[in-house]
Ligand binder design. Sequence first.
Ligand SMILES: Nc1ncnc2c1ncn2[C@@H]1O[C@H](COP(=O)(O)OP(=O)(O)OP(=O)(O)O)[C@@H](O)[C@H]1O
Length: 209
Amino acid sequence: MPVLLALDAATVSRDGRPVLSRLNLEFSPGTITAVTGANGSGKSTLLALLAGLLPADAGTVRRPRSLAFVPQRSSASETLPVTVADVVAMGRWEARPWGRMHRIDRHLVTASAQRMGVDALRSRPFGDLSGGQRQRVLIAQGLAQRADALLLDEPATALDDDGERILHDVLLEEAARGVTVVHATHDAVAAARADRWLHVENGRVMRRH
Ligand SMILES: Nc1ncnc2c1ncn2[C@@H]1O[C@H](COP(=O)(O)OP(=O)(O)OP(=O)(O)O)[C@@H](O)[C@H]1O
C-alpha cells in the first residue's frame, strides 16, 4: 500500500514548548488508526500537525492530495448565522472554490447528512443544536469532503449510543473506500477495534497494537 500521510522526524510545539518530538509515523490508505492518551497528552496536537493546522518545527509532514479534518467543535459555525445544511455544504468548498455547487455536490451533502442522521435538521440554525447533534453535523461535513484522508478529533465525545454505532460503521465504510482514517478517542474499546492503536504519553507516541 502506498503511504500518503506520514510524519518524518516531525516535532511540534505549542507556546514555544515541544509537545511531540521527532515523530516517525506512516498512515496507510484503507486503514483506521486510533489515537489515545490522557488529557493534554497531545492527541489534538498530533491531528492538527497531520492536518496542516499546526506547522512542524522540524521534520516533514507528507499529506495526500485532499484531507478532511473534523474538529472537536467549531466555534466559527456556532456563532455564524448558518444552517445545518450550510455547515455540511462547507465540506464541498475546497472542491468548488469558485462557488456553484453541482448536482454531485448536493448529492454528497444530502447523503452525508442522511448517513449521520441529521438530514431532518437541515434548516435549523447550527448554533441551536445540541452538542451531539453538532458533532454529527461536523462529521457529516467531513464525509461530504470525500477526501483521501479523514482525521477526526474525539468524534464520539458527545454522541449517544446510536451515534457511536453510526460513527463506527462510517469509519469502516470510509476505510473500505481506501480512505486513510485517523481518530482521537478516549474509548479503549473503539481504539482496540481500530487497525492500529497509537498511545500518546510524555511527548512520545507508542504503538499499542
Ligand atoms: N491553543 C493552545 N495554545 C497553547 N497550548 C496548547 C493549546 N492547545 C493545547 N495546548 C497544550 O498542548 C499540549 C497538548 O494538548 P492537546 O490539546 O494536544 O491534548 P489532547 O491529548 O488532545 O487533550 P484532550 O484529551 O484534553 O483533548 C497541552 O500541554 C496543552 O496545554
